[in-house]
Design a binder for this molecule. Structure first.
Ligand code: PMP
Length: 377
């Protein structure tokens, strides 16, 4: 069959290719996938089951249930975000759908969308599917992988139309404080950039609270925020996320969403509502465990001589492997049955690094790090 050109412009996901290799082997410990090893909190699962028992199996409003949008509006006040549940919030099928509809609603063919690297791999395909052109903005380990004014200037982002910002960052675990964000906000205002801020790891920070760029002066009106339930509430398979932004942007995104998706999964909306109402304790518990594992992983890597940047958010370590990351990851998988992801998959600046997810139980983590140490020595 004849395929659309835009599909051919996007290579298959590098992460998937790697995991197909891992699946061919037995006894592999995977530190590769970016998803919690926990199940969704029991109260959230119960609410989903209960909604099914009550026969709540219809569509919801396009923008999502009103009570859920209200609960989201209340929840995000913890980040000093204030959004109107009727006009400024869209409930989506995962943050993934929010990324996709934002690109399609805000990017015109030929527009340039700057994306700092290394970063999550879905932005560039989303930009290309929308007809835009991705512009890579490399960040550096010397700057703790924070995005700087100088990085933006050096890569030509002054001529871009949109900037994607992902902090806490997948794959580096970098975070940005209010101070750090000030110069990025200044750049965005000076060059009239729309900012798409993917804050899906906002609840997973280990060194101070998350700051949203949308709360800096002059930024709310030019920013759309993505967040969701996959990471903080361990609900990846329920596929629920949301976007926050000015009414015109959210309205435009809903115009696409109402035709392509109708509404986000109803059962998951019940689970999400309960998660916001009563599962804060579960989030705190999971974060505590991630933090324990984070410290363990960082110190093990540094002990074995793989220089490791101190990740302060999400659930990834990003050690420097001192050579070809792809060859390292393949040999580690072949010889020691440990799967990690080569850093280069996440774009410029990722070469020579490995993405290691610590959303893995402590026993497996310990065993995997022993195996990596054997491999390295
Ligand atoms: N953004 C980032 C930075 C992610 O790491 C992920 C999941 N890997 C997503 C978005 C997609 O999340 P969701 O499950 O909500 O679609």
């Amino acid at each position: 069959m004849k395929l659309a050109d835009r599909v051919n412009q996007v290579p298959p996901s590098g992460i998937r290719r790697f995991f197909e290799l891992a699946e061919e082997k037995d006894d592999v410990i995977s530190l590769g996938v970016g998803e919690p090893d926990f199940s969704a909190p029991w109260a959230a699962r119960t609410a989903a089951i209960d909604s099914l028992e009550r026969g709540k199996t219809s569509y919801t409003a396009n923008r999502g249930r009103r009570d859920l949008r209200q609960a989201i509006a209340d929840h995000v006040t913890r980040y000093d975000q204030s959004y109107d549940p009727d006009e400024e919030i869209l409930v989506t099928t995962g943050a993934s759908e929010a990324v996709d509809v934002a690109m399609r609603a805000l990017v015109d063919p030929g527009d340039t969308v700057a994306v700092h690297q290394p970063s999550y791999i879905s932005y560039a395909p989303g930009i290309i599917f929308a007809g835009g052109e991705p512009l890579a903005v490399p960040t550096r380990m010397e700057n703790d992988f924070k995005l700087t004014y100088a990085d933006l200037e050096a890569s030509g982002a002054a001529d871009a139309d949109v900037l994607v910002l992902c902090y806490p960052n997948n794959p580096t675990g970098a975070t940005m404080s209010r101070d750090d964000l000030t110069e990025v906000a200044e750049f965005a205002r000076e060059h009239d950039l729309v900012v798409l801020a993917d804050e899906i790891y906002a609840a997973l920070t280990y060194d101070g609270d998350h700051t949203s760029i949308a709360t800096l002066p002059g930024m709310r009106e030019r920013t759309v925020v993505f967040n969701g339930f996959s990471k903080a509430y361990a609900m990846t398979g329920l596929r629920l996320g949301y976007a926050l932004g000015p009414a015109d942007a959210i309205g435009a995104m809903n115009r696409i969403h109402q035709y392509s998706m109708l509404s986000a999964p109803t059962t998951a909306q019940f689970a999400a509502l309960e998660a916001l109402r009563s599962c804060e304790g579960d989030v705190v518990e999971m974060r505590t465990q991630y933090n324990r594992r984070r410290r363990f992983v960082l110190s093990r890597f540094n002990e074995m001589g793989l220089d490791c940047f101190e990740a302060k958010g999400a659930f990834y370590a990003f050690p420097h492997c001192g050579g070809d990351d792809e060859a390292f990851a393949e040999a580690l998988l072949q010889e020691q049955n440990v799967a990690v992801v080569p850093g280069r998959i996440f774009g410029e600046g990722g070469e020579g690094h490995l993405r290691v997810s610590y959303a893995t139980g402590m026993n497996d983590l310990r065993e995997a790090l022993d195996r990596i140490e054997t491999f390295v020595s």
